[in-house]
Design a protein around this ligand. Structure first.
Ligand code: NI
Length: 172
């Protein structure tokens, strides 16, 4: 966990800063560590056909952020094909996966920074839902965390390594 700066003057600023820190400064570096260390072929390994590979999960995270933040709040075009994210059997090169997730997260961080002070209650349709900006941001953060956990689990299965992300909390 990385803490917020304490400089926020309103709940909105604090919520947006916390969301940006989770995505860009906390989750993204952890994800990149796993991607950089995993052999190319392991990025497309899956334990069975019911489970996604790391590659699929990266494409899926990019699609989710493009649709829920970049399109809905950032005014970017989204031509998301959700089924294709899971159907891809790769191998999309590692460098491309890293560059895609990195640029998507950076764009999301820019959109979040540019959001107006008021308006988190503004509602819009997305997928089959009607949601608020606040809920959409909350969703994108929880969704990234959820799939990052799956990616970390695959990373450990394939490398037998502990990335040591929480070493600072251990008393050993
Ligand atoms: Ni998902």
């Amino acid at each position: 966990m990385l803490a917020t700066s304490g400089r926020a003057k309103t709940e909105t600023q604090e919520f947006i800063e916390a969301s940006r820190i989770f995505l860009k400064d906390d989750f993204l570096p952890k994800l990149k560590h796993c991607l950089e260390d995993l052999p190319e072929l392991d990025l497309w390994w899956r334990p069975n056909e019911q489970s996604n590979s790391v590659g699929n999960l990266i494409l899926h995270l990019c699609g989710n952020m493009s649709q829920w933040i970049l399109n809905s709040m950032g005014g970017r075009r989204s031509d998301r094909d959700r089924d294709a994210e899971f159907a891809e059997r790769g191998p999309v090169p590692k460098a491309e996966l890293i560059s895609r997730i990195e640029s998507t997260v950076n764009e999301v961080a820019e959109v979040l920074e540019g959001l107006p002070e008021t308006g988190l209650l503004e509602r819009f349709p997305v997928q089959v839902y009607s949601t608020s900006r606040l809920q959409a941001i909350y969703h994108v953060v929880e969704h990234f965390s959820y799939h990052l956990g799956q990616i970390l689990y695959i990373y450990k299965l394939r490398t037998s390594k502990d990335p040591g992300f929480y070493r600072n909390l251990s008393s050993r």
